[in-house]
Design a protein around this ligand. Structure first.
Ligand code: NAD
Length: 474
């Protein structure tokens, strides 16, 4: 029997004992997961430095803090999330107990990606444990040092209930032959289709956290300096290897030079004049991706950066200007530190450009708000009203005329940190969602329950045949 098959069998056997269901057990496992990231902090930091040249602080900020937040939230809210959820009743069910009971699905397969290998592998595990499932975790083999650290997880979690299977494509394919109750995959859309195909053979539901090209529209009526600061941060963090990084900029040609100027200033401020020697600027994960990204430059005009060093997998923060929509860099998700600018004639053309392509994971729009709007907003805050008031017509139109996993106005990436927002894509950028209670619900079955008593039979007479007109009138 293969190692993969054995892992799934053992996890299923453990799940069938019912051991993962008590809330105290789930909380204990979540706390143990927290202990893993605390006690193994140095191993994790060293591994991420080797895999992606991430600095210790970047690892803390962008991998660990969010994961800790998710664990703490689940521990504090588990009793409420797992409790029966009463629903509105009808006249005929008024004396019944009618509610939704979240229940575990069974054995969940979690397949992680390499770019934030701790966060995208262990955050789904938080949802799986909280919802009372067993799990098989398959970290990405591409971030091999981090995968090695994750092999230590069974020292912390119940080793029968939670399995870690390391390996590459053959091992993942072997896992995908097995029967799971849910598959949670993070990675590219091409493999996402293979995962969905494999899942279909067992009618297994899937969550697919995929990627794509996330656009960034800069309205000319906007504080371009601030917009460029936030875009530069979102783009070059982790060397552009972020699923929700702005992939390209759309703006009018009249502001292109100013945009380039401002981004140039920010790159220097954030990463110095020599990013290659700067400890806080990352590297491309491997030579395969290095070559893929460098090939995307073909046929485009470099406005900033463009230099590279293959021996170190280094690519400078790069901006391309006047990029043609049919150019190579616009054919696939860049997933690297290259930022193309495509000029458009205003908002309507930008919206058309976005809508002609796959639905993105994130969409960013930068536009200034009117003063009247701001006053209204403060007034509403003072009154404690919940009305959402969107001041800018540009933002309003972008929301109503496009679709994406998430939309942010005047910022990038930060929605990932809000556990009350469902995180996930739409269409080609993914299916399903997680974070906070959404992760719990995604990996639970929301079971409909109706508990009736055997008395009060008279009330039921009207639904039994014969279906006379008198009964209908009643
Ligand atoms: P990857 O190469 O690590 O692949 C992801 C997982 O799929 C790995 O565990 C790998 O073993 C497995 N895999 C690869 N090829 C396979 C095959 N042929 N059959 C079965 N399994 C296979 O990661 P990647 O795909 O390069 O990750 C980058 C992509 O992930 C980008 O598109 C990015 O946008 C996306 N991403 C999305 C999110 C999100 O939350 N939506 C987060 C991170 C990354």
């Amino acid at each position: 029997m293969s190692r993969e098959k054995l892992a799934v069998q053992q996890a299923r056997k453990a799940f069938l004992t019912g051991g993962s269901k008590p809330l105290e057990y789930r909380i204990k496992q979540l706390k143990n997961l927290h202990r893993f990231i605390t006690e193994r902090a140095t191993d994790i930091t060293n591994a991420l430095r080797k895999d992606l040249y991430k600095s210790e602080n970047a690892t803390q900020m962008f991998e660990i803090l969010g994961l800790e937040g998710e664990i703490n939230l689940a521990v504090s809210n588990l009793a409420e999330w797992a409790a029966p959820r009463p629903v509105n009743k009808t006249l005929l069910t008024i004396s019944d107990d009618v509610y939704i009971q979240p229940e575990p699905l069974g054995v969940v397969l979690i397949i992680g990606a390499w770019n934030y290998p701790i966060a995208v592998t262990l955050q789904p595990l938080v949802g799986a444990i909280a919802a009372g499932n067993a799990a098989v975790v398959k970290p990405s083999e591409v971030s091999s040092h981090t995968a090695k650290v994750m092999e230590l997880l069974p020292l912390y979690l119940d080793p029968e209930m939670y399995k870690v299977v390391t390996g590459g494509v053959p091992e993942t394919q072997e896992l995908l032959k097995q029967r799971f109750d849910h598959i949670f995959y993070t990675g590219n859309s091409t493999v996402g289709k293979l995962v969905m195909e494999a899942a279909a053979r067992h009618l297994t539901p899937v969550t697919l956290e995929l990627g794509g090209k996330s656009p960034c529209y800069i309205d000319k009526n906007c504080d371009i300096r601030i917009a460029c600061r936030r875009i530069t941060w979102g783009k070059y963090m982790n060397c552009g290897q972020t699923c929700i990084a702005p992939d390209y900029i759309l703006c009018e040609s009249s502001i292109q030079d100013k945009v380039i100027n401002e981004i140039q200033k920010c790159i220097q401020e954030f990463y110095t004049k020599d990013p290659k020697s700067f400890a806080d600027y990352g590297r491309i994960i491997n030579q395969r991706h290095f070559k893929r990204i460098m090939a995307l430059l073909e046929g485009s005009t470099v406005a900033i950066g463009g230099d590279s060093d293959e021996s170190e997998c280094y690519i400078a923060p790069t901006v391309l200007r006047d990029v043609a929509s049919g150019s190579k860099v616009m054919q696939e998700e860049i997933f690297g530190p290259i930022l193309p600018i495509i000029t458009v004639n205003g908002l309507n053309e930008a919206i058309q450009f976005i809508n002609e392509r796959e639905k993105p994971l994130a969409l960013y729009v930068f536009s200034s708000s009117s003063k009247v709007g701001r006053v209204m907003h403060y007034f509403q805050l003072l009154n404690g009203k919940q009305t959402i008031y969107i001041f800018s017509q540009v933002i309003k139109q972008m929301i109503s005329e496009t679709s994406s996993g998430a939309l942010l106005a005047n910022d990038c990436l930060v929605h990932f940190t809000i556990s009350d927002l469902p995180f996930g894509g739409v269409g080609n950028s993914g299916t399903g969602r997680y974070h906070g209670k959404y992760g719990f619900d995604q990996l639970s079955h929301l079971r409909s329950c109706l508990i009736k008593k055997l008395n009060m039979e008279g009330v039921n007479q009207m639904r039994y045949p014969p279906h006379t007109t008198e009964k209908l009138r009643w």
